[in-house]
Design a protein. Structure first.
Length: 448
């Protein structure tokens, strides 16, 4: 193993034995291998990659692809069926936060026990205890049994212990998806600090923005197989394409991704050239979370995104202008009519939108029964790579009160494609223009 390598995974495979009923496990022990009472499930299949010291690697893949199994093998909490893992440095793993706590022990006692497991000596734990307690923010509960904690309190304490163990290798498996937003931001801030101190980080997440913002490289795993290693933006694009593909297309998409990966050496993927993608329409990019309000005499239909020239698309380029279009049919006469749109993140955060009129006196005064209106919102895509959702709605009055005549949540979705050499971070591109200049140190004059 090279001195600059933190983790080396070589031809790693893991097979689980699946039994239909508990008695089959006993029978398997009795027959001593002459007959199989189980079926084999290969969670990982011949995976190999290296992680250099100080690198942050994102691991993405669909549910059940083998990501968590891979991390457990690297941490040593699972044994491999074949292949091996070499780790150079102290590991702190955030797999299932709090799972190693003894519920009968107090928080304080669990801090000392878990920190000792992570390799800290008692005097080191003593020095860091105040910081651990402060980060956890559980107050007087630190001296109460962990069985009295809420899940959020246990998470806070487990994370506080792990990040204060001075890890040389930090492994995070979707642990940051729990807790409130303030705690999540606090955790990411601490991870960023650990990264700056030169630690190696393996980071599993379903958040494309988090992987792109935090990681130097990314790995795509699917069905236990390593499909691709590369620049995070490119890998997230491949992952999303596979994620939203119908089952009959997944095999061909996997082959395409695997073929692209085989053309680039693993050790030089960070230098691989990414071509600027063209906007296009992906017929498989259909939201599964669509929710319609009850109609009150109006119906929204034909929801789509168009280029300025009228081409239907749902894979967009950052910075380009598009038209969000839908048609509204009125089966009942309505007054004071206006329309709206809203863009949301995959987590439901409302990023922005618009209405056709700011107030009732500027609305469409009257729409007769049987009328149809085409609604269009021109917008500039200032979002960074990721997946987003669009709402559509029509307000008006059929009697006296103004209500939603029809509204569709997550009416359609779109993906923002990766862009070469982009320096924008987060979800929204604010067109930041960074500058810097060297500041010369001023020497004080000493008079003799």
């Amino acid at each position: 193993m090279y001195a600059d390598t933190a983790i080396r995974v070589s031809n790693l495979s893991k097979c689980f034995q699946i039994y239909e009923k508990p008695s089959d496990r006993l029978l398997q022990m009795l027959v001593r291998g002459y007959k199989k009472y189980y079926r084999e499930f290969w969670a990982l299949k011949d995976i190999s990659f290296d992680v250099k010291k100080g690198e942050t690697i994102g691991i993405v893949g669909r549910n059940g692809s083998g990501k968590s199994t891979l991390l457990q093998l690297i941490c040593g909490t699972l044994n491999s069926s074949s292949g091996n893992v070499q780790v150079n440095g102290r590991i702190a793993a955030l797999l299932e936060l709090g799972s190693g706590f003894n519920p009968e022990f107090t928080g304080r006692e669990n801090v000392y026990m878990n920190a000792a497991i992570l390799g800290l000596k008692k005097d080191e734990i003593d020095e860091r205890y105040a910081e651990i307690e402060s980060f956890a923010e559980i107050g007087q509960f630190i001296d109460q049994p962990v069985k009295t904690y809420s899940s959020g309190m246990a998470v806070r304490l487990a994370f506080a212990v792990a990040i204060n163990s001075d890890p040389e290798v930090l492994i995070v498996d979707e642990a940051l998806s729990v807790g409130d937003e303030l705690f999540q931001r606090k955790c990411f801030s601490r991870i960023e600090a650990i990264k700056k101190n030169g630690a190696t980080i393996l980071f599993v997440s379903h958040s494309g923005a988090a992987v792109i913002g935090l990681c130097d490289r990314a790995i795509l795993i699917d069905d236990g197989e390593l499909l691709s290693v590369g620049v995070p933006k490119e890998i997230i694009g491949q992952y999303q394409k596979l994620l939203y593909a119908p089952s009959d297309k997944q095999s061909s998409i996997r082959s395409d991704i695997r073929g692209d990966f085989s053309k680039s050496p693993i050790d030089d993927v960070s230098k691989a050239k990414i071509e600027e993608p063209e906007e296009y329409f992906d017929p498989h990019l259909i939201p599964k979370s669509t929710l319609e309000y009850e109609s009150h005499g109006a119906f929204i239909d034909d929801v789509c995104i168009l280029t300025l020239s009228g081409k239907k698309v749902n894979c967009l380029r950052r910075g380009e202008f598009y038209r969000y279009y839908y048609r509204v049919r009125f089966d009942q006469a309505a007054t004071v009519v206006r329309f709206g749109m809203l863009i949301k993140s995959a987590m439901g955060i409302e990023l922005g939108g618009s209405a056709t009129a700011p107030s009732a006196d500027q609305c469409i005064t009257y729409v007769e029964s049987g009328g149809e209106i085409g609604v269009e919102f021109k917008f500039q895509c200032m979002l960074n790579v990721g997946t987003y959702f669009l709402n559509a709605g029509v307000q008006g009055a059929t009697d006296a009160d103004q209500i939603y005549l029809h509204r569709i949540l997550d009416a359609c979705m779109f993906r923002v494609l990766p862009e070469v050499d982009s320096i924008a971070t987060g979800m929204v591109d604010f067109s930041c223009s960074p500058t810097w200049s060297e500041i010369a140190a001023q020497k004080s004059k000493v008079s003799v």
